[in-house]
Every structure is written in C-alpha cells, then in structure tokens.
Design a protein around this ligand. Structure first.
Ligand code: NAI
Length: 704
C-alpha cells in the first residue's frame, strides 16, 4: 500500500497520558538505573530522567506511522530530538499534539522518511518538551518525492572527553517495553526472525535512555532538570546483553556531541548526538505556531534570522533571489533551498521561495507562498539587499534605481500583502533593515543611504497605521560580516562581526514580547543601542504678527541648533502642536485679561466658557473638547461645539475629539496667563490626547 501523502500538515491529537511515580521509576529501571542512581527510582525526592518523555508519549508517536500508512514490517526509528522547556514533573498527565511535517523519498530501494513534530505539556499547564521524530520506512520509497536533507555530523575528529561503559542485561527489552513500546520485534523471537534478525533486538530508545543517564552523570551530575536538548540518529541495531559505550565530546559551553558504540563489535549504534544543558531559560522567546517571512535569507544576516526563528518554533518562508551582490544577472534557487535544508535537518519547518522583492508580483508571490504552505503570516523581516556603490557624480539613474528598487520598493512590495494578512488577524511584527550609511551617511552610497533612510520614514508612518491592529514595526541597523561587507571591513575585523550577534535583538523585535513600535536599533558585535530622530527645543524668533528676518535667525542660531533638552516625537501631530503652541501664550477659554479678576476655581472657568464663545469663528467647526482636571478642585468637563453653538457640561464625553489633562493649579495658572500653554505642554503639565491639532482651535473659539 502506498504512503498517504495527504496527511502532511494535518493536526494529530491531543492525546493524553496519565503517569505516576511508578511509571517514572519503571522507565529508569528499563534504561539501567539502580541503587547507584537512587533518585531516579526511589519515590523519595524522585527525579525524572528527561528521556522518559519520549517513552511516555510513545503511543502518540505511533500515530505518525499509522496516519502516513507506512508498511509496518519495514519501519525503524531513524532520528529523535527532544527540546525541553521545563523539567518533567514526577507525576501527572501529559497532553501531546503534533503533525507530520514532511515525507521524504530516499528512492525505491532505500525507503521513505516520515518527520513528525509534537508538543507535550503537563496538566500543571507548563510546556514540557518538543519532540521531532524521523521514522525510517524501508519499504515505502520510490513514490517520486524529494530526498531528505542531509545533516552534518557534530562528532569531532578526536578522542572523546569521556567514555561511559554500560552493560544492558540480556533481558533489558522485557523491562523497557513495560514503559510503552510493546513492538514484537523486541520480545517475540519468531517475529524477530521474520524481520531478519537472529533474535529480539534492543529498543533504540532504550539505548538512548542509557546514553541520557551517562551524559547527565558526566556533564550535569544529579541535575537532569538542566538538560535542554537531546538529539541523535539511530544507525545500527544491537542485541540485548551486548556491552555499550557512550562516547562524549564537550563542544562549546553547555553543548556536547555524543555517540554510542557496541563495545564488543566497535560498531556505532547511535550517532550525530547532541546534548545541550544549562539552566532552561524560563523566559525563552518562542514562535511556535507562527509563520515568518525573511527576505534575502539565502545568506548573511537573513540566513541567521531564518535559522533562529525556526529553532524557536516558527515556520519560515526563506526568500532569496540568489543573484550576485550587485543584483545584476539571473537569480538561483540554491541559496534559499540550502537554508531550508539546514533548517529541516535540525528538525525545523521552512519553505524556499525565489521571488524577486523588487517587483510587486514578487512581493505578492512571497506572501502567497506563506499563505499556501502555512496559511498565515505573523512576522516579516524585510532584509533583502544589494549594493551598487558609486560616488555621486558617477551615480547614473540605473545604479540609483536598482538599489532603491530592492531595498525601499522591495520592502513596500512584500509588506503591502503581508500587512493585509496581519491586519485581518489583528497581529503582526514587521522589521525593516536600515543601515548606519542611511542614518549617518557614508561616502559613495547616496543610493543606498536614501533607500535605507526611506525605510525609516516608511516605518514611522506604518507604525501608526498598524497600531490598532497590534502590528508593530521596528527597524534594525545591523553591523555584520557578510558578502555585502566583505570588502568594506578590514579582513581581521570580519571574523569578529558574525551575523549571529545581530539576531538576538531581531528575535526580540519579532516576538509578542516586543511592545515597542517605531524604534530604530543599531546592532552588531553584541553591542545594541537605539537611534532616534531627536528635535532640539529651539527658539521662537520674533512674534506671531511679524515674519522673522534671516538676521534674527542667525542671531538665535546657537539656540536653534542646540540638541540639549531635545525630544523624540511619536508622530507629526505632536511636533506640529508644539510649533503652534510656541506662538500661543494662552491655551483657551477663560484666559484672564489684564484687568479681569483671576480665576481661582476650574468650575468657574467652565461656567464662563459659553459666554466667551466666538460663534463667528465656529462656522463649520464640529468638535468636542474634554477636560480632565485633577487635584482637589478638579473634575471632568466637556465642551461641544456644533452648528455654531457651544454647550459646556460637567463629566466626560463618549467621543471627545481631544482630551486635555492637567492638574487644577496648572490649569488655573495657564488660564490666568501665568503659565504659557506651550511651556505647559512641553513640560508635560498639559497632556493632550486624541486629535492634538484640534486643540489649537480652543484659542480661536473662546475669547474672554
Ligand atoms: P547578503 O548579501 O549576505 O544578504 C542579502 C541577501 O539578499 C542575499 O542573499 C541576496 O541574494 C538577497 N537579495 C538581493 N536582492 C534580492 C531580491 N531582489 N529579492 C530577494 N532577495 C534578494 O548581505 P547582508 O549583509 O546579510 O545584508 C542583509 C541586509 O542587511 C541588507 O538589507 C543590508 O543592506 C543590510 N545591512 C547589512 C549590514 C552589514 O553590516 N552586513 C550593514 C547595514 C545594513
């Protein structure tokens, strides 16, 4: 019977499984624990060997083979990866769901590979582990599918740092099978012979459990809860009673490679092992269930972003045109496909796309690829880029245009269709990629600088349009060694500027944890800082009645140029309001004329407001001002100006055009002419919400 290829992507589960401390102890005995590791088998202070997780969800794993309709006589456990998010408690209920992510064809005589990914959580609500299993189905190859990507071996070419000998008993499978894997191959001599073995064989996962104990004993003794990741490939079967040796190589901090050999024959029975350990980060940023598009992800920074996103659970569209550095000539599908292969080999999910971001059709196709394959888009990193550097006198139109097309228009082309998907679902994270060349300038890069600063402007407005849909847009200015920078950085410097140092910030900006929008960050070599457009306090030159002269401007240049005390505006309205306020010494009704009595109570101001209303100035004006005055004599008032009339009432309004918030004493000082409105606003004493521009009408509409 042929494999059922339609099952790819369909949800399997949830499947629940109850367990007690006895299941935990039975598993530990099944993988060789005893009196020497009492904390694995004794209910007092019991600790769970993390590989128990895979035995505990074995029933669930069977669904992958069954749903794919594999020929059961030919299946073998090919590879197994576990990624831990929290330690496994000693009892409770496990809830597992997942899906088949890929089915590969290794050829008629070689078989098929079924890849299943699942997530297991505990009845206490915590995520426990992600499992990625590769089932090798010897009799199901030759259906015309793609071959599985090849994984690189992590085993170093040197002697191991540790070797741990173990002697599984000749009866070991009889004990191990009680933890869930009841397959006849491990117990029934007749079945074993039918399957081509001289007798029942060890469960691969039992040897895996022995290795897990050995690695914990050497690298994190007594602390199995500090194990993060456990990954390997099963390469040979072994008979019960044969001695084994777990060989361990320490790699970088918190990471080791491992394999298990049959000590009698020297054959490697488990290989490509990776063991990661350390404290499991409680606040790990994850993208499980989310879909990310990374443009220009066939190399450099984009490749690292795509791999990082996938390793944190995202399904990734790896876009890359695959052309040369200057964007000339034809593209190639190879770079994007290679990154996809790498992601898949590590157990992640990704699809390659080779469209050109520089065309509207290309942008649409990239988003369509995400929609067709994964059904949505949560994250977009606009990263694709080329360079065509020329000094400005030699900057011909096509050189200018090509760079603008890829960087600026490219971001527009992909963001437009992606934004529509995000708006519909009410969630999105978009990253623009700028450059220090754009932010600060760089000789020979007018085209690139213009495009890169254009992206900052693009972000500044898109952040406003995306805000109410929970779409946040931020910009990163990276510094990294890549083919774009290989000839502009000194060679010895390149080695120290890995793109991996930029990615952590980008991962944060892509995540739901990011609650900022409209920010620009420099990132490189582990150094991060925020760049912003800052506006100095400046000076008011002349008065509102007369136009200042150029000489007056020059006379005030020091103040005009000073950035000390400068501020960053979130949007145009804020900045324009300040300019207008700069000419206004009063902000509204009840301004005390020199010879009138000063107001001493906000209520009196609002009482006087209708009398101060200037109906002529209110022609065509429809506006509602709401005042929230805090302090002992404060309260809420609103003033409705409509059809040339004005009504003032206590209380808030359902739909105010703008809201003015002040403390009672500041409000009175402003109304009495002692506190200029601009000063009140810039010092934060007057806060204006809603349509800031409309607050400028107050002065026109009310004249006392
Ligand atoms: P890179 O050349 O390794 O990566 C850019 C990728 O974009 C390439 O794989 C290329 O094939 C792809 N690409 C080019 N045109 C495309 C198109 N029309 N459609 C789809 N893909 C296309 O360079 P790197 O350094 O990783 O650059 C990534 C981004 O970071 C670029 O936007 C670049 O301007 C920006 N950047 C990089 C800096 C650095 O220090 N590496 C500094 C400042 C900005």
């Amino acid at each position: 019977m042929a494999l059922n290829l339609d099952v790819v992507g369909r949800k399997i589960g949830p499947v629940t499984m109850q367990y007690t401390w006895k299941d935990v102890a039975l598993y530990a005995l099944g993988v060789g624990a005893g009196f020497e590791e009492l904390n694995y088998v004794y209910e007092k202070d019991l600790k769970v060997i993390p590989s128990f997780g895979i035995a505990a969800v074995f029933d669930f794993l069977m669904h992958f083979g069954l749903k794919a309709e594999v020929n059961i006589a030919g299946i073998l456990h090919g590879e197994q990866q576990l990624i831990f998010h929290n330690p496994i408690p000693a009892q409770g209920e496990l809830i597992t769901e997942g899906k088949i992510t890929d089915i590969y064809d290794m050829g008629k005589d070689k078989g098929a590979v079924i890849v299943g990914k699942s997530e297991t959580s505990h009845s206490n609500g915590k995520r426990l582990f992600t499992s990625i299993i590769k089932i090798f189905s010897r009799l199901d190859g030759g259906f015309g599918g793609q071959p599985a990507p090849k994984a690189q071996s992590p085993i170093p070419d040197r002697a191991p740092d540790y070797e741990v000998e173990d002697n599984p008993s000749p009866d070991q499978p009889l004990l191990y099978r009680l933890s869930g894997d009841m397959f006849q191959l491990h117990v029934d001599p007749e079945f074993a012979k039918m399957s081509g073995f001289e007798k029942p064989i060890m469960h691969g996962l039992c040897t895996y459990g022995f290795a897990c104990r050995a690695l914990i004993a050497k690298l994190i003794p007594g602390e199995p809860e500090r194990m993060h990741r456990f990954d390997c490939r099963f390469s040979k079967t072994i008979y019960p009673g044969e001695p084994i040796k777990t060989r361990i190589w320490k790699l970088e901090d918190g990471r080791a490679a491992w394999q298990v050999v049959n000590s009698k024959t020297g054959q490697v029975v488990i290989t490509n092992g990776i063991f990661e350990y350390g404290d499991i980060p409680k606040d790990e940023i994850r993208f499980d269930g989310q879909v990310a598009i990374v443009t220009g992800a066939g190399g450099g920074l984009g490749k690292v972003y795509a791999i990082d996103l996938a390793s944190r659970g995202a399904r990734v569209v790896v876009n890359d045109l695959g052309g040369p550095r200057d964007g000339s000539g034809k593209g190639s599908s190879t770079p994007a496909q290679k990154v996809v292969d790498e992601i898949k080999a590590a157990g992640g999910e990704a699809v390659a796309n080779h469209d050109n971001v520089a065309t509207a059709m290309g942008g649409q196709n990239i988003v369509k690829c995400a929609m067709d394959k994964y059904g949505t888009v949560d994250i977009l990193i606009n990263n694709a880029g080329i360079l065509r550097d020329k000094s400005f006198v030699k900057m011909e139109p096509d050189t200018w245009q090509a760079v603008i097309d890829v960087h600026l228009n490219g971001a527009y082309n992909v963001t437009k269709p992606a934004f529509e998907v995000m708006r519909e679902k009410g969630y999105g994270r978009i990253i623009m990629t700028t450059s220090a060349a754009g932010l600060y300038g760089n000789f020979g890069q007018t085209n690139y600088s213009a495009a890169k600063m254009g992206l900052v402007g693009f972000m500044s407005t898109l952040k406003l349009e995306g805000r109410k849909y929970n779409i946040f847009v931020n910009t990163v200015a990276p510094l990294a060694a890549s083919r774009l920078t290989e000839d502009v950085m000194p060679a010895d410097f390149l080695d120290r500027v890995k793109p991996e140092f930029v990615s952590p910030l980008v991962m944060f900006l892509c995540s739901g944890r990011c609650q900022v929008s409209g920010h620009i960050y420099n990132a490189g070599m582990g150094c991060f800082n925020r760049a912003a457009v800052v506006t100095g306090p400046g000076a008011v030159v002349g008065d509102p009645e007369s136009i200042p002269t150029a000489e007056q401007v020059v006379a005030n240049l020091d103040k005009i140029q000073a950035l000390k005390g400068g501020k960053e505006y979130f949007e145009l309205n804020e900045q324009v309001a300040e300019v207008i306020n700069a000419f206004s010494q009063t902000a509204g009704p009840g301004s005390a004329s020199e010879d009138s009595d000063k107001f001493t109570d906000p209520a009196a101001v609002f009482e006087a407001m209708p009398k101060a209303f200037n109906a002529d100035a209110a022609k065509g004006v429809e506006v509602v001002f709401e005042y929230n005055i805090s302090g002992d004599s404060g309260g809420n008032w609103h003033c409705v100006v409509s059809g040339g009339t004005c009504t003032v009432e206590p209380g808030t309004h359902e739909k105010p055009t703008c809201i003015l918030k002040m403390e009672d004493k500041d409000f009175l000082a402003m109304i009495n002419g002692e506190l200029p409105a601009m000063q009140a606003f810039t010092s934060g004493k007057l806060k204006i919400g809603g349509d800031v521009m409309k607050s400028q009408l107050i002065e026109k509409l009310f004249a006392l």
